[in-house]
Design a protein around this ligand. Sequence first.
Ligand code: F0G
Length: 458
Amino acid sequence: MRTIIEPFKIKSVEPIRLLDRPTRERILAEAEYNMFRIAAADVTIDLLTDSGTSAMSAAQWAGVMEGDESYAGSRSFFRLERTIRDIFGYRHVIPTHQGRACERLLFEVVGGPGKIIPGNTHFDTTRANIEHTQAVALDLPDPKSHETSLEAPFKGDMDVARLERVISEHGAAKIPLVLVTVTNNAAGGQPVSMQNMKDVRALCQKHGIPVYIDAARFAENAYFIKLREPGYADVSARDIAAEMFSYADGAMMSAKKDALVNIGGFLALDDSAVADKLRSLLILTEGFTTYGGLAGRDLEAMAQGLEEVLDEDYLRYRIVSTAYLGDRLHAAGVPVVRPIGGHAVFLDAKRFLAHVPPQQFPGQALCCELYLHAGIRSVEIGTLMFGHTDESGHEVCADLELVRLAIPRRVYTQSHIDYVIEATLEVFQNRERIGGYALVDNPPVLRHFVARLKPVAR
Ligand code: F0G
């Protein structure tokens, strides 16, 4: 196969800092071993997140200049509304400053004590916003998602049989909606199949339960369907996306991912009564209904980004280049979640650092080592993020201990990725020397963002 090249030229560059190891040791200690506490200027390759880190295109920057900054009825809002109606197919479009603002608004409207929100796997902010209303966030991932080495095409699916049991046990009245996150970020960035979306839809329709999609990475999910699901090879990513959204009543999107912008989000839905309530709350805390806490230029860049992300040369490059990193690590024996997802490679820290017990945060230990060794910043998705301390002070560990190497969109070239491969292989060869970590403090909500840690003496 020929090399699949980045389908863009670079017009504007930012320098990258190369630090020596003693400097990184000092910086990591000062950051108290939390990746979120490291200054970006002290990072060589930043794979913390693919969120808000995209490089915008010349057309998006042109849109920034075109942005209409009117308080009400901005031309840029109407362009965004047209674009979203066209791609998503929903009537009401409500801009927000980012994904978690959608979550806060939606769950304030439909959540509350006694309510249950099932999903394939809720992302951390989604779960936190559901729980903030005292509703229960229930993860029902397909059992395949727990087998990190299993090669299966759609490990992001929802477990429909369990969803059916949950509905019959608790009753549809307690379930205001079912949320399908595409791709399934917290479960290894794995895609959800069209068949699964159809099955979820059919079951929910039978019980009168609305279905919503968390569309942060909808275009990547659509492209996986094109590549992997029988019958879709000749369907465009845009038409696949339209079919996905046809099996739901609405969507919320962090535009910081597949809308290729640095800030933004939106809700899109058909239910006018829900939309009215969302808009009232939006005006209260975010901004008027035609800007939702964003500038007109942000709306313009989002509209343009939503068009660009469905370009199939882009999507092919995106999926192939992420797999390039993951497949090379896998071939060299590094345990990674298989197959490789759309936006990130997930290292399986449970197997990578089998000698570090889950209570000592093996994922975090691996993040620290990648930074110390090569200035690579990654993020733990394991017990630090999803575990908690129970009443008796014991650490309740997460099912999976993963380290996510998230790839910003259109930012790094193949040689950057080759550097990441070389560094990760070196860390893997010396893995026996890596020790665990302990919490110095234990913040009650979303602790991974702010927690302080220290190395455990070995
Ligand atoms: N939903 C999913 C699936 C996400 O991955 C995220 C954010 C959100 C919602 C919240 O959106 O950040 O715009 O408020 N994920 C980022 C990440 C932070 O690194 O995966 P937001």
